[in-house]
Write a protein that binds this ligand. Structure first.
Ligand SMILES: Nc1ncnc2c1ncn2[C@@H]1O[C@H](COP(=O)(O)OP(=O)(O)OP(=O)(O)O)[C@@H](O)[C@H]1O
Ligand SMILES: O=P(O)(O)OC[C@H]1O[C@](O)(CO)[C@@H](O)[C@@H]1O
Ligand SMILES: [Mg+2]
Length: 485
């Protein structure tokens, strides 16, 4: 794709190194907009709650671990309802679109946007865009009411459909304008949020009173700044079923090896958390941690050792791990991309299974039984679990409050346990990755007892390459320049 965004940051500085990375507001480019009292003021469920409305000056720090003399650092605007809104409920025409790969919880977010708009703000004109960005200009829109979306959260996938590619900014904004839509809710990953940023810029260029609000979706947990993405917990939980099966199979055979491939194109969070949660895993391989097969400290040596000690083992491998090894072997393999420009990966699970089988057949006298399980799509096609459902509800409600209050060009996200509004480019400029010199990865290594495949020299190199940690808290906000697209 590669549409470049010119998103202008709105930065406010305060005392003691306080920085607010604010989000745009309709009044930044449309002066003298009338305001209305927030309808929640007369809603019996809310009017009794003290301090229900968020103070205009409330912000949330990006770092919660600070030193005595350190500056206060970067903050984001706190999400929540405001006393005044910039839309008359009857005038709102909202639409929702879901883009990119599936993720547990998409339907819950759709449901909660529709319900929040209707039950909190009395907005009844909400439409679904069919099949991702291209649905804006190629298909009819779907009427969404609290009744029609009532039990969709019990289903996996997205009732609206999703797609990759097909982002045509001019056609999308033309369609928004033609249909009289004035609130656009965009649910998707890093690519989707980049698309949302350029839609926002075009809307602003045309001086339209239209909100563009994003909700971050990524099963890989590769979106920076936010604590974690919705659906991630569900995916890790679902992965346990595959790991358990691999363990049962491995344990029941002589020198049994269970190999499980999990999602994670550039970031190994699912594999790392699924491994930490399971405790049956002996080896976890992720894209961020290069490994090698032969020789001292290599993968085969470790497998042999483990089989001799335990008689069986379980390997979890993220789909993006070891891609450089596959590329070396398949120098002529086509460099293919999906419709959004994401690189298509080779199947590392099949490859590593075959490598292990060949090694034990040709180079050792150990007979092994290897079972390869690929639950890739199973972990993201399921409905969200209870905790993700709550999370999705908060994200959706926060997003609706922000839109009604006139904020635009923002992504709704959880930062240090608080709902916030984050400027688009903070979400898209980097990619969240596991930092293998961080304590979280060290915890994993000590839980599996696997080799790190790193020599002291390699560790020094990695440390040099790394950006300064934005959060002293373990495993948090480990961001790298975005390698997607
Ligand atoms: N730089 C960009 N500018 C405009 N649109 C983009 C850009 N990158 C991606 N998009 C559009 O965003 C949509 C989703 O992108 P993509 O397929 O990369 O998924 P994603 O949102 O990153 O989600 P995930 O990677 O988690 O599945 C696609 O329709 C794509 O055309
Ligand atoms: O096959 P699809 O639908 O393009 O999705 C696969 C990709 O989507 C992701 O789940 C990200 O959404 C990656 O982990 C994976 O590589
Ligand atoms: Mg992506």
């Amino acid at each position: 794709m590669g549409t470049e965004s010119n998103y202008q940051m709105k930065v406010v500085k305060g005392d003691h190194g306080y920085v607010l990375e604010d989000v745009p507001h309709l009044t930044d480019y449309i002066p003298d907009l009338p305001t209305h009292d927030n309808p929640l003021r007369s809603n019996p469920a809310y009017s009794v709650v003290k301090q229900y409305f968020v103070d205009m000056d409330d912000t949330v720090p990006q770092k919660v671990v600070v030193h005595k003399d350190s500056p206060r650092g970067v903050h984001f605007r706190r999400a929540g309802p405001r006393q005044k809104v910039y839309f008359n409920s009857d005038d709102v025409r909202a639409c929702i679109v879901t883009c990119g790969g599936l993720c547990p919880g998409l339907n819950t977010v759709i449901r909660e946007i529709v319900h929040s708009l209707d039950y909190m703000y009395g907005v009844s004109k909400v439409f679904g865009i069919d099949g991702g960005y291209r649905g804006f200009y190629s298909k009819n829109i779907i009427n969404l009411t609290p009744k029609t979306v009532n039990d969709i959260h019990k289903r996996g996938g997205t009732i609206l459909g999703s797609s990759r590619g097909g982002h045509d900014t001019t056609k999308i904004v033309d369609s928004i304008q033609d249909r009289g839509i004035n609130q656009v809710y965009i649910i998707g990953g890093d690519g989707t949020q980049k698309g949302a940023a350029v839609i926002y810029e075009e809307i602003r260029r045309r001086d339209l009173k239209v909100i563009v609000a994003g909700i971050p979706k990524t099963i890989d947990n590769d979106i920076p700044v936010i604590d974690k993405s919705f659906g991630f917990d569900t995916a890790v939980e679902e992965a346990q079923r595959a790991i358990n099966a691999a363990h049962v199979e491995a344990e029941s055979a002589e020198n049994g090896i269970g190999v499980v491939k999990l999602m994670g194109r550039y970031s190994g969070f699912i594999a790392m958390y699924a491994t930490l949660a399971s405790r049956d895993v002996d080896l976890c391989l992720i894209p961020e941690s290069p490994f090698y097969l032969e020789g001292d400290g290599g993968l085969f040596e470790y497998i042999e050792k483990r089989l001799k000690e335990n008689g069986h083992m379980v390997i979890v491998i993220a789909e993006g791990a070891g891609q450089e090894l596959l590329a070396e072997e398949n120098a002529h393999a086509k460099n293919e991309q999906d419709a959004s420009g994401n690189k298509l990966l080779q199947d590392v699970g099949l490859w590593i299974s075959q490598k292990i089988r060949d090694h034990f057949a040709k180079k050792t006298k150990m007979p092994i039984t290897l079972k390869y399980i690929d639950p890739t799509y199973m972990i993201r096609a399921v409905p969200s679990n209870a905790s993700d459902n709550v999370y999705c509800t908060l994200l959706a409600q926060s997003c609706v409050h922000g839109a009604m209050a006139g904020y635009t060009g923002f992504t709704s996200g959880l930062v240090n346990g608080r709902q916030t509004y984050i400027p688009f480019n903070r979400i898209t400029e980097k990619q969240n990755m596991v930092v293998i010199t961080d304590r979280m990865w060290a915890r994993l290594l000590s839980s599996t007892n696997q080799p790190s495949f790193l020599r002291v020299k390699d560790i020094e190199e990695i440390k040099k390459e790394e950006q300064p940690q934005t959060q002293l808290l373990d495993g948090d906000n480990n961001v790298h320049e975005n390698s997607g697209h």
